[in-house]
Design a binder for this molecule. Sequence first.
Ligand SMILES: C[S@@+](CC[C@H](N)C(=O)[O-])C[C@H]1O[C@@H](n2cnc3c(N)ncnc32)[C@H](O)[C@@H]1O
Length: 235
Amino acid sequence: MLRRVNELHPGMDLIHADEIAYHSEIQDDEFRETFLRCCPYSMVHVTGFYNVYQSLKYIRDGGLPGDIVECGCALGGVAIFMRLLVKRWGLNKTIHLFDTFVGPPVGSADIIHGGGELVWTQAMANHRSGTEQNIIDITGNLEGINIVEGFVEQTLPVASIPELSLLRLDTDFYESTKIELEVLYPKLVRGGVIIIDDYGYFQGSRRATDEYLATIYPKPLLNRIDTAVWAGVKP
Ligand SMILES: C[S@@+](CC[C@H](N)C(=O)[O-])C[C@H]1O[C@@H](n2cnc3c(N)ncnc32)[C@H](O)[C@@H]1O
């Protein structure tokens, strides 16, 4: 059963260790301790985790209402991180996780950062139970977690989504990012945080985001967090 990110991306543990050493400007002990517990289950970089940490602190301190969504939870690393903080800080927020647990639709293709083409050719064996076990091992149970399994192109149009304070999109490709923004951005409260994990990395994610933002006013200012992640606040 797939459990750790190293099984998908060998050497990711070394990358995470290097990053936390390199980014000495990130000094919060609480962040570093929580990141180290969750990063074995995530392909997100320390800068992406710190963006989530800062976003949740902003939501906590501002008393923002609304649940949390991550589209593309994979092995659960960021989801577990958010659940630990929500629980520790006593926030009354459910974390809704959308994923197929078998990867993107077969045939998904895009140009990635640096100019290479990425084509998804084969479905993975379903690893939902591995992700659930990761959440249970680190947080103790599945309380406060709502998992919606399937392709977001099919699950989101029929999902019952409450208002949101944080929306984190991490499904890589154009089609999924497009439907996620169309269905979920309107659910984000004013002042809520929007994070597009793939805006800097996948051309299709950027195109879907730019196309959607061109249809709304006022639109959020998205700022670069790292090579992949861009984030903003809904005005
Ligand atoms: C880059 S990974 C997410 C990484 C994760 N947030 C972490 O903490 O490591 C992308 C995930 O998006 C999921 N995904 C891609 N396309 C999807 C779609 N159309 N519907 C649902 N999930 C999708 C994949 O199955 C994969 O688990």
